[in-house]
Design a protein around this ligand. Sequence first.
Ligand code: FEO
Ligand code: CA
Ligand code: CA
Length: 680
Amino acid sequence: MSPKLLPLINTRHGSRSAKTCEYRCANQCDAPTPNTSGNEEFQTLAQRAIARRAMLTGSAGAMVLAGFGAQAAAAAGTAHGHHPRPERNVGRASFTSVAPNRKDDVVNAEGFTHDVIIRWGDPVTKRAPRFDVHHQTPEAQAQQFGYNNDYVGIIPLDGRRALLSVNHEYTDPELMFPTGTDELLKKKIEMAAHGLAVVAIEKGRAKGSWKASDPRRSRYNRRITASTPLRVDGPAAGHELLRTKADPKGTTILGTFANCSGGTTPWGTTLHGEENFHGYFDASGALDPKQADAYKRYGITGQGKGWKDVDERFDLTKTPNEANRFGWIVELDPLDPSAPPVKHTMLGRVKHEGCNVTIARDGRVVAYTGDDEKGEYIYKFVSRDRYQRSASPAARRHNKTLLSAGTLYVAKFTGDGDADGVHDGTGTWIPLTSEKKSHVPGMSVAEVLVHTRLAADKVGPTRMDRPEDIEPNPVNGKIYCALTNNSDRGKKFTTDEANPLASSMTRKKLGEPLTATSGNRNGYILEVTEGRGRSCGKGYETSTDFTWDLMLICGDPAAQETYFAGFPKEHVSPISCPDNVAFDAVGNLWISTDGNQLGSNDGLFRVPTNGPERGRVQQFLTVPFGAETCGPLVSPDQLSVFTAVQHPGETDDATFEKPTSTWPHTDAFPRPSVIVSYAK
Ligand code: FEO
Ligand code: CA
Ligand code: CA
């Protein structure tokens, strides 16, 4: 959208053109085969596989079938006075939005409460010792819940139990360790505090509540750290760019870290993005000149975290290829504690925020992933092979190979995305490589996959404003991407149709007036409909073209540039810096934020994507001072919302002895934790 169109947006609030994609699809499209989201499909499989156990009340499949009918029924129930008890379904419940605030606490919408499920340091494995912040060891941390929880996936076990699969993105040493702690010891502990965790949970006494199960009774609980062996898979496995002295075959990598967001597959595994991996590599001397372009493109400078003092593979002067072994999508099977996690080279190497998979109408699977940095690209992968719906072990083994071969694409946005609810922006998925044939001149398949950013640069995709989580809506089939912000839009990056703002309104403190700030500071929600013309919408994820619009232009509703899918601005919550997204069974979009530019703590928001309330952004909770909101996840029975509270108290001046947050208020220092919210 050109800046001159911005005022037009504001004249359209409250009205919506009939020329929506739903309209076009209803009148022109072939009837699509319903697709399925990861969680929904896995519920169905789990239902078959665990026949003697009751599933979580009301599986996601059943819930999705209810679809809009549920929302309509809820509304009708109210209209006819048949609403004797409060609605516990988090997708249908009505609540008063949480007001912006700076409290050092989780603030739930009225009528809801929350429990802390697990905190940094709590035991995960059977052998885990009790957490003692003054006597931390790497061995203990490798058995305990890691730091800075981010992605939260859920794998149901039976009617009352499930597994949480959680990312531990990074560490805040100044908040973790008392002053004077040995520097080398700190690094070892931090390495163990990164990675992933699998945690058995069970329903609590209150409806909608969950708690961590006794780890001594779980055969699934598990930690993956920066030192755990992972298997390399896909076309670049074994390529010379991935070989090191310690791994001459280039097929086994120690560790995963910088795990940001993720996804849950239809076959019941979890995916974990390796995001800001570039900051973990040191250089004791010169960097390999042969890799200079690639290092530069990924921001690898040789200024890391000093991990080379623990393990010299983090010294790029000695191990130049080690950096090529991070930046992948990792697949973990929480149901198989003995299976090493897998790094999928077929999905390319970028600063992966996360990865979300859906099944297209022809049975192939499609995975979406964003490269979270200013001016980076959006990618999708379409599998070569088809998903097998059987619940048999053989089918599951087959499905676990689906991310190993297919075609990787990058997105180019064109046309008129003028944020008016009309999908008249157009776009193309440009192929980069299949497992056999590179589409990028001068680069082999493996080179495209290892140096994906360099490959994508050659085919002219659109530089986006920090594409973070991107996920298909299981109800309407559209794809939603959080574009967090880009302070350099309008300076280093010119504005374009999909990234229109070179200035936006922000405030430093609550109560202060808004001021104009350069760049896109509050972010967008991008809405994509796969396919075009007669073949568009749900089930057409394998298409190479799409239509799109900006569903939300975030910010304070008082700011002229903001847009909430046409919903009246006086009835929406301010929202800034969307990061992770999730869906409930009614198709509402749940958005967690990171880096609020309006003076408030970050939070979690619910916004309908269809119907008369489309665009009604409501704040469901806020997280404590200094924290980022991660997860989020709506439980399959729709009674609970899981949120990862990341880096509480992470402010410039904070230290272990002088924290700016002590949440969750069990200690004198902050502890990143996963919480669950539910109706009181
Ligand atoms: Fe780790 Fe893009 O947030
Ligand atoms: Ca994130
Ligand atoms: Ca973030």
